[in-house]
Design a protein around this ligand. Structure first.
Ligand SMILES: [Zn+2]
Length: 530
C-alpha cells in the first residue's frame, strides 16, 4: 500500500487550469503533489476530510510591495490567511536592490514603504535572496528589479534623459540581477526617477529583459486622461523590444474618464493580435493607494525629498507647485486633486507621531483640524514624514472594475503596501477572498474556476514559474483549502480584519494554516529563475 504524508479526502478540486471543479482526494508526499483522484488504498500520516470544501493551488499574488515586510515578519500572516503561497515583489519601479548604500535609493523605497531600515537595502538580488532564505519565510517570493534603483545607482535623482553611457551602465546592472535569477524588471512611469526616463532608455532596458526571456511590468505614465496613450506607450516599448509585458493594476482613475475600460482592453487585444505578449493585473477595490508624493507633479520631485523640501521654502516655487498640485498638468501627468478632490484622498498610514491622529481622515478633514489649507497640510505632512505618508485615493468606478475582473488576461494582484498600524488599504488583507468569495461565489460575476485560474496557473505562466499554479501529480504542493464561507472582511474603515473560511494552506508541502490559525512554519523560499 502506498504511503503518503497527507491525504485531503472528499474535496472539490479547482485545479487552476479553469476546468470545472471535480470531486477527488489529493495526496501529498514530501513537497510534491503525489496523487489526485480516488486514493482509497493509500495511507498517510495525516488524513483530512475536506467534506466538500474546495482545494485549489495556492494563490500567487502577482503584484505586491511586500519587499521589506518579509524581512520584518517572515510569517506574513495577512497573506497566508488569504490562501497566498507566492508573492511577487519589486513592482512599480521600487525594489530594495541593487543599492550600493545610496541614501537616495533608500529614500526612494522608503517613500512608498514607510517604516524600513537601511540594512534592508541590498547590493544585488543574490544578497537579498540569501538574507530571506537564511532567515526563512512562510511563503515563496518572486522578485522583479525596480527601474528606480537602477537609475539612481547610475545618475542619481537627475530629471533628464540618460546618456548612451548611462543607459549602458543601467543595462549592465539589470543584466547582472537577471543573471542572478530575478524574474524581470518593473517601470514606474508615474514615479520619479523612473518617470524621468525617455523612450530610448526604456526600450534598451526592455531589450535586456527580452535577452534574458523575463517579464517587463509597468506602472504606466497615466491611468487618467492619458490612459490610452500611456497604454500605447508601453505596448510600443514591448513591440520595439520583443519583451513580454505585464501592465500593472489596470484602472481608469478619475470620474471624467470612467467607462474607458473596454477601450483599454481593446488596445491590449489588438496588440496581442499583432504578436505582442502582454497581460494585466488588478486588485478588486475602487480606491488606489500610494505615497503622498504622488499628489505632487514629477517636476517638483527633482533631486529627491531633500531637494523638494528646500524648494518648497521659496514663495514663488511653492506657489508654482501649489497651482500644479491643485489644478495643473504636465506631460504625462495631471493633477490628482483636480481630478478627484481633497475630500477623496485619505491618509492611510503615517510614520511621524504627530500625523498619527489623521490616519483614516481625508486631506480635507485633516486640513480643517490643523487649521491649514489642504495644500499646506500636505507640505506639513511631507516635511514631518519625509514623504513617507501612505494615502488612499477613491478614484475608480465599480463598472470599470467589473469589466477588468471579467477580462481573461487579468491576474489578481493585491498591490499591498504593508505599513505598521494606521488605516492601510484593505487590499492587503482581503483581495483574494474578495475575488473568490464575493465576486465569484456570491455575485457570480466570474466562475469560481476562472477566478482561481487568474491567481494560479495564469500568473505561474506569466512569470514562468514552472512548478506552482496547477494541481497535478509531480508538481509542487502549494495548496489552499477553503470553504463556501471563504470571504474578505477588511473594509476601508476597518482594514486589518482577516478573512473567514480558509481551512488549510500548504506551502511546499508543509501546512502553514489550519482552520484559520497560523502554524509556526517557514517552508517558503525565494524562487530563482535559472
Ligand atoms: Zn503601481
Amino acid at each position: 500500500m502506498e504511503k503518503l504524508d497527507i491525504i485531503i479526502r472528499n474535496a472539490r478540486v479547482v485545479d487552476g487550469t479553469g476546468a470545472p471543479w471535480f470531486k477527488a482526494d489529493v495526496g501529498i508526499f514530501g513537497d510534491r503533489i503525489a496523487a489526485v483522484g480516488k486514493i482509497i488504498e493509500a495511507t498517510a500520516l495525516e488524513q483530512i476530510d475536506a467534506n466538500g470544501s474546495y482545494v485549489s493551488p495556492g494563490f500567487i499574488d502577482s503584484h505586491t510591495h511586500d519587499d521589506v515586510a518579509l524581512l520584518d515578519d517572515p510569517q506574513h500572516v495577512a497573506k497566508l490567511l488569504q490562501g497566498v503561497t507566492t508573492v511577487v515583489v519589486g513592482n512599480c519601479s521600487f525594489s530594495n536592490y541593487p543599492s550600493a548604500g545610496k541614501e537616495e535609493t533608500f529614500q526612494h523605497l522608503a517613500s512608498l514603504l514607510g517604516e524600513m531600515k537601511r540594512n534592508q537595502m541590498f547590493v544585488d538580488f543574490s544578497s537579498y535572496r540569501d538574507r530571506l532564505n537564511a532567515a526563512g519565510i512562510a511563503l515563496n517570493l518572486v522578485s522583479l528589479v525596480g527601474h528606480g534603483p537602477l537609475r539612481l545607482a547610475v545618475m542619481g535623482f537627475a530629471r533628464r534623459e540618460a546618456t548612451t553611457g548611462e543607459i549602458d551602465q543601467m543595462c549592465r546592472l539589470l543584466g547582472r540581477q537577471l543573471h542572478q535569477g530575478a524574474h524581470g524588471l518593473s517601470f514606474g512611469l508615474a514615479y520619479p526617477p523612473s518617470a524621468y526616463a525617455g523612450r530610448r532608455e526604456l526600450v534598451r532596458l526592455a531589450e535586456v529583459v527580452k535577452e534574458y526571456d523575463r517579464l517587463l511590468a509597468a506602472h504606466i505614465r497615466s491611468y487618467g486622461g492619458e490612459l490610452l496613450e500611456s497604454i500605447q506607450e508601453f505596448l510600443d516599448i514591448l513591440k520595439a523590444s520583443g519583451a513580454k509585458g505585464l501592465l500593472s493594476h489596470l484602472q481608469v482613475a478619475g470620474k471624467p474618464y470612467w467607462g474607458m475600460m473596454p477601450r483599454a482592453l481593446d488596445l491590449i487585444d489588438e496588440a496581442r493580435n499583432e504578436d505582442v505578449d502582454v497581460s494585466v493585473d488588478m486588485y478588486p477595490y475602487p480606491a488606489g493607494s500610494s505615497t503622498i508624493l504622488q499628489l505632487l507633479p514629477p517636476s517638483a520631485q527633482e533631486g529627491g525629498i531633500a531637494a523638494l523640501l528646500s524648494r518648497l521654502a521659496f514663495g514663488a516655487e511653492r506657489e508654482r507647485i501649489r497651482q500644479l498640485t491643485e489644478s495643473g498638468a504636465e506631460t504625462g501627468w495631471e493633477s490628482k486633486i483636480a481630478l478627484i478632490g481633497w475630500d477623496q484622498v485619505r491618509i492611510g498610514s503615517a510614520s511621524h507621531p504627530e500625523l498619527k491622529r489623521f490616519e483614516g481622515k481625508t486631506f480635507w478633514e485633516a486640513a480643517n483640524l490643523s487649521g491649514l489649507s489642504p495644500f499646506e497640510f500636505t507640505l506639513h505632512a511631507i516635511r514631518l514624514d519625509e514623504g513617507r505618508t501612505n494615502i488612499i485615493m477613491f478614484q475608480l468606478s465599480e463598472e470599470d472594475l467589473r469589466v477588468v475582473h471579467q477580462y481573461r488576461l487579468q491576474m489578481v494582484g493585491s498591490d499591498s503596501i504593508p505599513r505598521q498600524g494606521g488605516k492601510p488599504h484593505p487590499r492587503m488583507f482581503g483581495s483574494f477572498p474578495r475575488v473568490i468569495g464575493r465576486l465569484a461565489m456570491k455575485q457570480r460575476l466570474i466562475p469560481l474556476e476562472e477566478a482561481a485560474r487568474r491567481m494560479t496557473s495564469l500568473p505561474a505562466q506569466r512569470f514562468q514559474l514552472l512548478d506552482p499554479g496547477i494541481i497535478r501529480p509531480g508538481l509542487i504542493a502549494d495548496l489552499a483549502l477553503f470553504s463556501d464561507e471563504f470571504l474578505d472582511r477588511a473594509t476601508f474603515e476597518d482594514p486589518q480584519l482577516n478573512p473567514t473560511g480558509l481551512e488549510g494552506l500548504w506551502v511546499n508541502g508543509v501546512r502553514t494554516v489550519k482552520l484559520g490559525e497560523i502554524l509556526a512554519e517557514l517552508p517558503g523560499s525565494v524562487i530563482t529563475r535559472q
